[in-house]
Design a protein around this ligand. Sequence first.
Ligand SMILES: Cc1ncc(COP(=O)(O)O)c(C=O)c1O
Length: 383
Amino acid sequence: MPDPPIRIYLSPPDVGPAERELLLDAFDSNWVAPLGPHVDAFEREMADYLGVPHAVALSSGTAALHLALLQAGVGPGDRVLCSTLTFAASANPIRYLGAHPVFVDAEVAAWNLDVALVREALTDAAATGERIAAVVAVDLYGRCCDFAALEPLCAEYGVPLIEDAAEALGARLGGRAAGTFGLAGVLSFNGNKIITTGGGGMLVTEDGAAARQARHLATQARDPAPHYQHSEIGYNYRLSNLLAAVGRGQLQGLEDKVARRRAIQDGYQSALGDLPGVQFLGAEVVEGDGDRSNGWLTCLTIDAQAAGATREEVRRHLRSLGIEARPVWKPMHLQPVFADAPVYGGAVAARVFEHGLCLPTGSALTDVEQDEICGEIRAVLHG
Ligand SMILES: Cc1ncc(COP(=O)(O)O)c(C=O)c1O
């Protein structure tokens, strides 16, 4: 039997009347363009929320990452360290620039960059004289990397650090907002993210000149002249004013969405945490003062021997009921397109991919839906 249509999505958009009103305001003002008052206001409001001077609104998180790598000076032939356990968008822009990703495994507790392996890679490169042009650190599933260790490590080796916080808006580490670590931070407002504009992203930076240059490159690198003149290659990467209006409404609700997603994660953990062979991502992480995951997706691993069923059996059962659950990201070092890229470690990410499952965590998920999901998972694992 074919699966029924999905009725409970993994992480669907959660939009309301504030977004609608702002969108209509943008429409009625005729600022239907990749610039306008809502773009400026969205940038200002996001920068204020994050506590940084500059945020540049762009058409996607991938575009933001591309511009961040340019800001870091990444060019053809360079090597860039990158988390292996992530979505392909973290690594693709490295290739856009003719550079080569070198993947680094995850640590076991939060599935973020293993700092000891980053050090090993930087030390190896220093020994052979190979240039590492940047480190792309991904805040996976809404929790910040260990930036208390990564920032000084990258500074020690003089390598720019880029924070891919696409999944982590609203998270914090030591009181600092996700997206504000390193040389530049990257946010995504894709449809599945904690806030969405339907598609969009931001580049976050402390550096005013870098923000100006990013805006310049993102608008086809037009020189200041009455005619169309260009001295460098640019991109069409700015966010539409219509979408920025939606983003402003979403940002107003961000704290509620973080609270809801964290509550959903707690709910899964208290309903299923006792099952043998089931281990929740982050269950071992102690959140210190000023630390907070944004709860973007609740993930767990299933040890089939102890649990009585495989990850795929659980996923397929849920899917047969119209419930979308997804395997954890397939690591980049296992992707055909990056088959020739070097990797430091890789076994942790491979194991997590084999056994890991992401559960529906949208901020509009109801308690009744969550109870149903938990009941079905219990039924498979002990049915
Ligand atoms: C870790 C990570 N990096 C980058 C991106 C790219 O963002 P976008 O889809 O806005 O281009 C995403 C999500 O899509 C992501 O999950």
